[in-house]
Design a binder for this molecule. Structure first.
Ligand SMILES: Cc1cc2nc3c(=O)[nH]c(=O)nc-3n(C[C@H](O)[C@H](O)[C@H](O)COP(=O)(O)O)c2cc1C
Length: 483
């Protein structure tokens, strides 16, 4: 530095307010409204001051400029109207805030949903802070975004170097320490950045214990829960057909391979006539984990169970995609679940892995018995805490595209709900037929793909259910199973 030259100026920190990127302003019959997707917020007829504020927000501006604009249009008395409007827009999830240091944009806080919890008193960031164990930093369309399932906002980091600053917060640290390693940013700017991260639940005060309700959640469970429920979801929610223009829908019935074993079709009228009453079935239902290998389940019984629980009763079209009708209810009538009987012992069916064709009511051979099928069978046995492998494990896969093509945000959650429906249907039908049914709480989807040759991302297991001939009541009284 030459003698007498001025010390380098620290760039001035500013905060800009703007409407969220996916919102637009509509004025109809003198009423101004904000619109984002299906969400509308009518703001009413606005006077000249607030109308000016809304259009300034569409471009992005500083709060001080909004105050000046309001006072200029309607006088000092209108300032409270501005504060009321800004509070409403903030809590309704309409505003994003950008922090800049001089001309350098640092970070933007974007709303996700439309219920943003009221701002508590400004976050205290003077102490030691730490990165949340549930925060997530990732790339999104070229931007670096950091988010937390604990909040309905996310933060975009405009400068990738700031990701390093956030990473330093994995260890408890404070604004002063961070300023030492953040060239060009003074402590005041770093504090503003930390306040934004703190207000977005991305960082917290170091050493502050989590409330017990939160402490029980794993990162992945919480992220899945938050993003699959309306409000903390990203993008659209529900049956938006968001992939309609991107990909062809999958057919309602998985294109059948060669049926190597047509299954006996039950006489529905005859079997229904001899069924116990629904109430009796519900009362009798138990999880039975002991199979009678002396007199195993038969092909006729397996056929009856699959036919009555899971066959296709008809196929229709709703103008978007093929749908079908089956004995159990299905979200959107998509029917993405497929059943793969893994046969260990069944009279009339050779051991191996099969796929049930619900349209043709037959079994397609998928894999001969071998290490991959033995591994799957062992998973079932261990999960049910049985001494010998279950006679038949019904491995339940999802053809993910059936649901993901139509549903946004909630697709996987819907699939797991569907597994529950399938479980109960198999339980009740199995009980009515005096078989030994038991649901399983988990299985290995990679092992399934290895055995069946499926693509993990297109179709793999989401549930497992064992069935056999009853060998006595087991587990149900003691809860001996793992699930
Ligand atoms: C979603 C779900 C998962 C289950 N997971 C298992 C499991 O992994 N292993 C097992 O032996 N039983 C499992 N079961 C059976 C339960 O242990 C059983 O339903 C519960 O103990 C109540 O007994 P009951 O079915 O005989 O009335 C599961 C049941 C459900 C509905």
């Amino acid at each position: 530095m030459s003698v007498g030259s001025a010390p380098p100026q620290t760039p001035v920190m500013t905060e800009t307010l703007a409407l969220r990127a996916d919102a637009h302003v509509v004025v109809r019959d003198g009423i101004t409204a904000l619109v984002e997707g299906h969400v509308q917020a009518p703001l009413g007829p606005l006077g000249p001051a607030l109308a000016g504020v809304v259009s300034a927000l569409a471009d992005g501006t500083q709060e001080s400029q909004l105050v000046a604009l309001t006072i200029e249009a309607e006088g000092e008395g209108a300032a409270f109207k501005l504060q009321r409007l800004l509070r409403r827009l903030e809590h309704g999830g309409w505003l994003k805030r950008t922090l800049s240091s001089g001309k350098r944009a640092l970070a933007t806080r974007h709303p996700i949903g439309h219920v943003i919890p009221p701002q508590l008193p400004p976050a205290d960031v003077t102490g030691t802070l730490v990165l949340s164990r549930v925060a997530l930093l990732r790339a999104d369309g070229g931007m670096v975004r950091i988010e937390s399932p604990l909040h309905t906002v996310f933060v975009e980091l405009h400068d990738p170097a700031l990701a390093g600053l956030v990473a330093r917060l994995a260890q408890p640290t404070d604004a002063e320490e961070l300023a030492d390693s953040a060239p060009g940013l003074d402590t005041k700017t770093i504090r503003a950045l930390l306040r934004m991260l703190r207000d977005s639940a991305i960082i917290a005060t170091a050493g502050e214990p989590e409330p017990p309700g939160l402490a029980q959640w794993s990162f992945s469970d919480l992220l899945f829960h938050a993003r699959s429920r309306a409000g903390r979801n990203l993008g659209g929610f529900g049956g938006t057909y968001h992939r309609e223009k991107l990909a062809e829908p999958l057919p309602a019935i998985k294109p059948p391979g060669e049926i190597t074993l047509p299954l006996p079709t039950p006489d529905l009228a005859a079997v229904s006539a001899s069924d116990p009453s629904f109430g009796a079935v519900l009362e009798k239902r138990r999880s039975i984990r002991a199979h009678n290998d002396e007199r195993p389940i038969t092909a006729a019984q397996l056929g009856e169970l699959l036919y009555r629980a899971a066959r296709v009763r008809g196929v229709m079209h709703d103008g978007h995609q093929e749908l079908s009708s089956r004995p159990y209810p299905g979200g959107g009538a998509c029917y993405e679940l497929e059943l793969y009987p893994l046969v260990n012992l069944c009279e009339g069916v050779a051991p191996g892995l099969y796929h049930y064709d619900p349209g043709g009511h037959g079994l397609e051979r998928v894999a001969e018995p071998g290490p991959p099928t033995i591994l799957l069978s062992e998973y079932s046995r261990i999960t049910a805490v049985m001494d010998s492998p279950p006679q038949v494990s019904l491995l339940i896969t999802a053809r993910f595209g059936r649901v993901m093509w139509k549903y946004e945000s909630m697709a996987y959650a819907l699939i797991l709900k569907q597994v529950g429906v399938m479980y109960q249907t198999l339980y009740l039908m199995g009980t009515a037929m005096e078989l030994a049914p038991c649901a399983l709480g988990g299985g290995n989807s990679d092992a399934f793909c290895a055995a069946a040759g499926c693509d993990y991302y297109e179709e793999t297991t989401v549930g497992e259910f064992i069935i056999g001939s009853p060998g006595g009541i087991s587990g149900d009284a003691s809860g001996a199973g793992r699930g």
